[in-house]
Write a protein that binds this ligand. Sequence first.
Ligand SMILES: NC(=O)c1ccc[n+]([C@@H]2O[C@H](COP(=O)([O-])OP(=O)(O)OC[C@H]3O[C@@H](n4cnc5c(N)ncnc54)[C@H](O)[C@@H]3O)[C@@H](O)[C@H]2O)c1
Length: 416
Amino acid sequence: MHIKTISVCGLGKLGACIAATFAARGFEVLGVDIDPEKVRKINAGLPPVDEPRLDETIKTGHSRLRATCDARETVCTDVTFFIPPSPSLPDGSFSNEFLLKAMQPVAKAMKDAGKKGHLFVCSSTTTPGAVDSVLIPMLERELGGVCGRDFSMCYNPEFIALGNVVNGLLEPDLVLIGESDPAGGAALEQLYKKYNRNSPSIARMSIVSAELTKISVNSYITMKISFTNQLRLIAARHPQADIHTILDAIGSDSRIGKKYLRAGLSYGGPCFPRDNRLLAYTARQAGLEAPLAEASDRVNQRTNEDLVEKVRGMIKKDDVVAVLGVTYKPDTYITEEAAGLFLAQQLKRQGYRVLVHDFAANPSNAPALHEFECVSNLAELKKRSEVKLAVICCPWPQYQGVVLGANTQIFTPWQF
Ligand SMILES: NC(=O)c1ccc[n+]([C@@H]2O[C@H](COP(=O)([O-])OP(=O)(O)OC[C@H]3O[C@@H](n4cnc5c(N)ncnc54)[C@H](O)[C@@H]3O)[C@@H](O)[C@H]2O)c1
C-alpha cells in the first residue's frame, strides 16, 4: 500500500500539527473535527490552536490541506489518523469514548462505499489492550469485515512536547508502530520515511507492545524526575550538600546521563502524570503492583507539598505572594498539574492573597486561573509594592535575572 492521501480526525493541540506537517511535507491532507471553528480556521489558513511554528507550517502546506466536519469524506483518503482526547478516568485508565465516536462514522463510510484496505491509525494514548479489545471489535462490527484482511489498524502515538510539537513530529527520536498486520505497519513505516526530516529509529511491534511502550517511556522519565526531587529533598537536610554539583556528577556517568537530572519542581502537564498512573493501573489489572510508578507519583506530590511549606516559611500571615509561571513548562499555556498552579491554589486556600503572572497562560486559555488576580506584564508587577515574595515556578527564560520592586523578594527554587 502506497499512501498519498491522509485524513486526520481531531484537530487539537496535536492533531492540527500532524495535519499541517503532513501537508507541508507534500501529502494531500483532509482534517476532520466536530468543532466547526477549528475547521473554519484550517480552511482559512489559520492555526486552530496556539503552538509555535504551526502558523507558518499551515501556510507552507495550505494548497494541500483542507478540513471538514463530515467524517464520511475520509473515504477518499488512504489512511486516517485518529487523535481526539482520551481523558483519564478516576481509576487511572483512559476513556475510549472519543476514539469510538471518531472512528465509528469513518468505518461506516468505508462500509457504505464498499471500500477495502483502509488503514486506521490510533495516535491518541490508549489503555494497554484497548485497541485490540475495544476499538478493533467495534471497527469489525461497523465495517462488517476482518481486521488484517479487510482493513488494517496501527497504534502510533507521538512523543512530543507542547511548545515544540512541529519539530518534535518532524524530527523524533523514535517512530513507534503497533500493527495489526505487517502490511499496515509497512505502509506506515514507508510514510514516515518520506515525512520525517531525520532518520529516527522505527520500532514495529504488536499493538499491545506499542501501548505499553508509549506509557513506559513517560513513566521512566517521571521516575528519573522523582529520583532527582527525592535526592534534592534529602540534600536539603545537609547544609554542606549542593544538589547541583551532586546531580552534575551523577549525570556524568554514561549509564545515567544528564537529561532530567536537574533540580527543579514536580513534573506536570497532560502526559507525564497520567501516563505514569496508567502504567500503575495496567499493573493492577494484571493482578500486579507497580511500586516504582506509584512511588514516582508520591514523590511528585511530596515535591509540590515541599514547595508550599518552603514558601510558607518565607512569608507572614498577611503577606502578598506572586507566583511567576503557572504552566507546566515554558512555551505552552497549559497549566494542568503544574507546580506553579498547585502553589498558587494552596496559598489561596490557606488565606494568602496571591497574584499570578505567566507569559502564555491567562484566564481565557487556562480557566483554572479565574480565581486569581492575574498580572499581565512584569512591568506592572514591579509597581505592586505590596508583593512581599515572588516565586518563579516555571523556567520561562524571560524570568532569568528578573528584577521586581524593592520590597519584593524573589525566590527561584532551582538554578536557571
Ligand atoms: N497534548 C500533548 O502534549 C499530547 C502528547 C502526546 C499524546 N497526546 C494524546 O493526544 C490525544 C489528543 O490530545 P490533544 O492535546 O491534541 O487534545 P485536544 O483536546 O487539544 O484536541 C482534541 C481534538 O479532537 C476533537 N474531537 C473530539 N471528538 C472528535 C470526533 N468525534 N471527531 C473528530 N474530532 C474530534 C476536538 O474537537 C479537539 O479539536 C490525547 O489522547 C493525548 O493523550 C497528547
